[in-house]
Write a protein that binds this ligand. Structure first.
Ligand SMILES: Nc1ncnc2c1ncn2[C@@H]1O[C@H](COP(=O)(O)OP(=O)(O)O)[C@@H](O)[C@H]1O
Ligand SMILES: [Mg+2]
Length: 422
């Protein structure tokens, strides 16, 4: 059950002489009055009564008062809160007459409800963190955002390398009309060596013919003495001559040319292969980049899904990059009224047992916005006690010189911006 304030009485606190009223249970209660009449002192008194020592005003007692300050609040859960006397001591009594203390009040009083500006003045990140905490996705969203950032940074680095690699590959030379694989000189050399071997054999045969010719000469000169040798030599010569006469040498010139060209050719082939590798390398980085792009999209989608699935305190709230958004606007892009609605909804969710919120300085809302805000509060079943420099028809109570009175009924219905009493 969310607790609301039924009645309040304040005497001699700060600017207040004597104030008493019954705030509307659901919706907006506007405390009106001119400047420095004691409006904010009313809210300060409520905060002190319910929030405890840390809300104690530096000078609680009204200057010029003989009596000590006194506060009395009755709450709709039956609890009566009184504070007063020289030391501002607290007295809490529940509906059965049992005594309680600050701890009992703390269980249903939300600190931000007593001091909404403290929430509103938080950094953008802190406000978002509060929202994520209450909808229970704080850690998970942070984790997704960290993942996304990490992927994004990695993709940026990879993209930069891919660009460099592509540029590098483009600058490398490329040759047309050369084989895909380097050519081996071994085969050509082997062919050359075979020919050379055959030619060597030929040479050997020629040399042999020369030998026998010499022997023939010798044999000729010694013909008479060695007819047998002569005949043999002649025979041999004839044979050798026969063998040698049709021999023809092959040319190695073509192979020599090929061998000479092979280095040049291979340099080109290697250049082509290098370029091909560089292109594959660049493509690889490009595909890593695309993959990271997909992962980033997934991380973003997961974030959206996470918030979509969450039970938000107000429709239109979201968090992006750790910042609170309402209808797509950041805090400083929201109107004053929107800021109040956002802050009130979040603070309400912080402690659903706290059924009220205090709002100082509602001047930022025009009559229409104020009426809409009041309607929204009613729909939320939330009690708001607000101050406003005005004595118009929107005021439920007017504070004048530290004293409250109920304004005369307005002739017009609804809020009457200029229709004040003064
Ligand atoms: N303990 C006090 N006794 C008397 N006057 C006080 C005390 N504390 C503050 N004031 C005076 O109250 C006035 C402000 O009251 P406040 O409730 O803020 O008025 P409002 O919100 O209507 O402008 C100031 O003039 C300030 O000097
Ligand atoms: Mg004020």
């Amino acid at each position: 059950m969310s607790v609301k304030i039924n009645t309040l009485e304040i005497e001699n606190v700060k600017r207040i002489k004597a104030v008493q009223f019954e705030p509307t249970k659901n919706g907006l209660t506007v405390i009106g009055g001119r400047n420095r009449q004691g409006k904010t002192s009313v809210l300060d008194s409520i905060a002190w009564a319910l929030g405890g020592e840390k809300y104690r005003p530096s000078q609680p007692k009204r200057e010029g008062s003989f009596a000590e300050p006194h506060l009395k609040l009755t709450l709709d859960n039956g609890i009566v809160v009184e504070r007063g006397g020289k030391n501002g001591s607290l007295k809490v009594t529940d509906s059965t007459g049992k005594k309680g203390g600050q701890q009992l009040l703390n269980s249903f009083v939300e600190q931000f409800a007593l001091d909404l500006p403290r929430f509103m003045n938080q950094s953008a990140k802190d406000k978002a963190a509060t929202l994520l905490r209450i909808i229970g996705v704080g850690d998970k969203l942070g984790e997704l955002e960290r993942t996304e950032k990490e992927l994004y940074d990695r993709r940026t680095a990879i993209g930069r390398i891919a660009d460099q690699k592509e540029k590098y590959a483009k600058e490398m030379p490329v040759y047309a009309g050369v084989p895909a694989e380097p050519v081996s000189a071994g085969e050509l050399i082997k062919q050359q060596q075979e020919i050379l071997a055959r030619n060597g054999e030929n040479q050997r045969k020629r040399d042999q013919r020369e030998d026998y010719a010499q022997q023939l000469e010798l044999a000729k000169s010694a013909y008479e003495q060695a007819k047998m040798r002569f005949e043999a030599a002649e025979n041999n010569f004839k044979l050798a001559n026969l063998e040698a006469q049709d021999l023809e040498d092959e040319s190695t010139a073509e192979l020599e040319r090929n061998i000479a060209e092979i280095d040049e050719l291979n340099a080109k082939i290697r250049a082509n292969l290098d370029r091909e590798h560089a292109e594959i390398d660049a493509e690889d980085y490009r595909s890593q980049y695309s993959h990271l792009t997909e992962q980033i999209a997934d991380a973003r989608q997961a974030k959206t899904d996470l918030l979509k699935g969450a039970d938000l305190p107000l429709e239109g709230l979201s968090v992006e990059e750790g910042e609170l958004l309402y209808k797509g606007c950041k805090w400083d892009g929201m109107s004053g009224a929107e800021q109040l609605v956002v802050a009130t909804s979040i603070v309400r969710r912080l402690n659903p047992d706290c059924g009220f919120v205090l709002l100082d300085k509602l001047e930022q809302m025009d009559a229409e916005t104020l009426a809409d805000f009041g309607k929204w509060l009613e729909e939320q079943g939330l009690q708001a006690i607000a101050t406003r420099v005005s004595t118009g028809g929107e005021c439920s109570i007017i504070i004048e010189d530290g004293t409250s009175f109920v304004p005369e009924p307005q002739t017009k219905t609804g809020f009457n911006w200029n229709g004040g009493k003064f």
